[in-house]
Design a protein around this ligand. Structure first.
Ligand SMILES: Nc1ncnc2c1ncn2[C@@H]1O[C@H](COP(=O)(O)OP(=O)(O)OP(=O)(O)O)[C@@H](O)[C@H]1O
Ligand code: SF4
Ligand SMILES: [Mg+2]
Length: 317
């Protein structure tokens, strides 16, 4: 196998007071593979994705670890090499399309700027073709529209068009459908699936919703409080979840499909910097035992399925 992306033991912290936000995250994406990054709000999904592009917010820094794109360390690359990779080789659909589109600039002009940045023909016809490719009705009219004239779903399509313009090798999609209604959500999922197949692109699909992720990807990385809880093929994760947190996430999907009130796992995750020598999930875990609160479980791997738990599901508790 040939990994396109390797995240190796990545830890992130705040620049000022050195609070740990992401702790030792490792995973890989193979060429053409689609991977889901799942976890509750604050688990570190967006920061992990931004690290891949070398675009962390100013207040956050890499504490340790390394990210390799096609075997080359991103932190060792010059600014101009990184600039070439962003958009061209790796694209990102950001969590909030309204803040990533310039409200003062017409849609067509914004797309032309992406082409310009990479010195590619930015003719109006090419931009209209890009808008048509994401099924925006009346692309000629859309070319001259401002973002606020578009619905959330249409803005998200524009973001996808921009992300796909340069046929990236890897797409990072950060909760791209969260704010949309279910029908539009389905359309966007199908659009990304189609683009992916046409361009044999690798994908990192970020979501707090394991159900949505499982429709899009082959492998899932479950994050909890800035750490990796479990990694495995989608089928394996659903049929044989080992981490009690993953088990709880699957339970809440099943409940939803039975139209019951969604019972999420009671409690909230701790902040990563407050966890010292305990499993981060101990306060919420139905399988917790005394040893869970004196030591942090390391990620262990059995047949390409990894989990960090002393008393995994499927073992005697
Ligand atoms: N600019 C920043 N300065 C300080 N802390 C930050 C900054 N950005 C994020 N954090 C903190 O880092 C942690 C991880 O944030 P991140 O945005 O990666 O979470 P997430 O998993 O993407 O959550 P969500 O599902 O809400 O998007 C959170 O505790 C968050 O408060
Ligand atoms: S290590 Fe213990 S507390 Fe943590 S998830 Fe496993 S059983 Fe639960
Ligand atoms: Mg996020």
């Amino acid at each position: 196998m040939n990994p396109i992306l390797q995240v190796k033991n990545l830890s992130l912290q705040t620049r000022e007071d050195k609070r740990l936000l992401v702790d030792g995250v490792s995973f890989e994406i193979e060429e053409g593979e689609s991977v889901g990054l799942v976890g509750e709000s604050g688990s570190g999904k967006t920061l992990t994705a931004l690290s891949i592009l070398g675009l962390l917010p100013a207040a956050v820094e890499v504490k340790s670890g390394e990210i390799l794109f096609k075997g080359e360390s991103i932190s060792q690359m010059s600014n101009s090499a990184l600039q070439q990779i962003r958009g061209n080789r790796i694209s990102m659909i950001y969590q909030d399309p309204m803040t990533s589109l310039n409200p003062m600039m017409r849609i067509g002009k914004q797309i032309q700027e992406v082409f310009d940045a990479h010195e590619i023909d930015d003719s109006k016809e090419k931009v209209i073709e890009a808008l048509r490719s994401v099924e925006i009705p009346n692309p000629e009219e859309a070319f001259s529209s401002y973002p606020h004239e578009f619905s959330g779903g249409m803005r998200q399509r524009v973001m996808i068009a921009m992300a796909m313009l340069l046929k990236p090798n890897l797409l990072l999609a950060d909760e791209p459908t969260t704010a949309l209604d279910v029908t539009i959500q389905k359309q966007i999922l199908n659009l990304v699936k189609r683009e992916r197949e046409e361009n044999s692109m690798s994908l990192l699909w970020i979501s707090h919703d394991l159900g949505v992720v499982s429709e899009m990807v082959e492998k899932v990385v479950v994050m909890y409080a800035g750490r990796v809880a479990e990694i495995g093929a989608v089928k394996e994760i659903f049929q044989n979840p080992r981490h009690p947190y993953t088990h709880g996430l699957i339970g809440s999907i099943v409940k939803r499909s039975h139209q019951e009130r969604l019972l999420s796992i009671p409690g909230i995750p701790p902040k990563p910097w407050t966890i010292e020598s305990s499993c981060a999930f101990a306060d919420r875990c139905p399988r917790v035992q005394a040893d869970c609160t004196v030591q942090m479980p390391a990620l262990q791997t059995e047949n390409s399925h990894s989990y960090s738990c002393f008393h995994p599901e499927g073992s005697p508790s």
